[in-house]
Design a protein around this ligand. Sequence first.
Ligand SMILES: Cc1ncc(COP(=O)(O)O)c(C=O)c1O
Length: 456
Amino acid sequence: MPSKLGRTESANPTNVAAESKLPTGAYAPAERALRYKNTLALAEQIKTVIPGGVDSPFRAFHEVGGEAVFFDKASGSKLTDVDGNTYIDYLGAWGPAILGHAPEAVVTAACAVMKDGAVFGAPHKLELALAERVSRALPSVESVRFVNSGTEAVMSAVRLARAFTGREKILMFAGGYHGHSDSVLASTGHQSSTGILKASQESTLLAEYNDLLSVEDLFQRDAGSIAAILVEPVCGSMGVVTPGEGFLAGLKAIAERHGALLIFDEVITGFRVAYGGAQNLYGIKPDLTCLGKALGGGMPIGAYGGSRQIMSQLMPEGAVYQAGTFSGNPVTMAGGVATLDLLKDESHYLRMEARASELFAGLSKLKTKAGYPIELQRQGSMFGIIFAGGPVRNFTESKTIDAPAFARFFHYLLDKGVYLPPSPFDAAVLSSAHSREDIETTLAQMEPALDFAFNG
Ligand SMILES: Cc1ncc(COP(=O)(O)O)c(C=O)c1O
């Protein structure tokens, strides 16, 4: 097939090796090899010094094939790769880029603080400033600890729940992702790992999302040994799955009845689906909340918090140890304060809601017109174009997702400058920097992309 540049598949023999590594996309293999030339060269090199070429396995294109694109810079809703290709971004760095990339207020605040010292290993007034803002936004969080990632937040909240209740087991949901600590990676669905202690695996129980009976069942069998229910109030790792009517309230009631804690993992949803997170949106007060991603507006952050009574179990007040050299460092705290001060203005959420509903209205029309087997599921700016023939409400239903069709869809859009998460399961997001024009440009590529995905 002649390409946009007038080349043919065999016109560039030096790229044969690179071509063979590329899945099909919008252009012929030779042209794709040229388009991603610098990425492909870096991908070869980096694998000699970094396992799989990535510092986090999600980033590799394992679920869609091909090589992960190397980016050079990002601004607002756009990404630029090392070959100079630009993309409208719907990955949002997997969540943090809620204001778009490199938002001026965050960059300015972080740079200003950096000049006065990036880390002291001692308290700083910006920790107080951010803690006050978090606590005001989330009434369930009277007291909060800052850490460096969502993984740390969940890992620490789980330890705290175990210490507070004097119990060992954690009940979570198949298909959920809560970071890479042993307790929460033991079984799960789309992600798992070897190298985890058997004891750790045995202390993690899995229920089905949106199914209170499966939760009750586990409590009946293990009453007295479950420390906490750990749940994403809107699940972002098996499509975007919203909680059914009464699900979160049901979890709260079950936890209370059995003396367990309810932990909301709001690492994605916190400050994304609403200023005070999903707990404000759904009116449920968890015992502990984990935050990360959007809270830092691009700076590496995690946080967990709850009532003063529970949080006072942490050292130095209590006996639960959790620490970190970089926890609460002033640069990250400055980024967080600047981010929340902007997000407090509701216009950011209104803009994201408007853009997301424009995108979904356009997609819905295409779905109706051509009968594509896709489900459109979203909560605010967090959305899933799910390649399944029916709604996905739990892990079992997420297994019906057509991963090969999604991979074709992904690569077509990549070639056309639209960057989705490289996974059929993970939530896409948009930011308050996305414009109506971004959505129109994206929608213009959706029909051919869906056609390519389903009809080849
Ligand atoms: C719901 C949820 N919890 C926890 C984590 C772990 O966060 P981090 O990658 O910052 O360690 C993630 C990351 O994707 C997540 O989506």
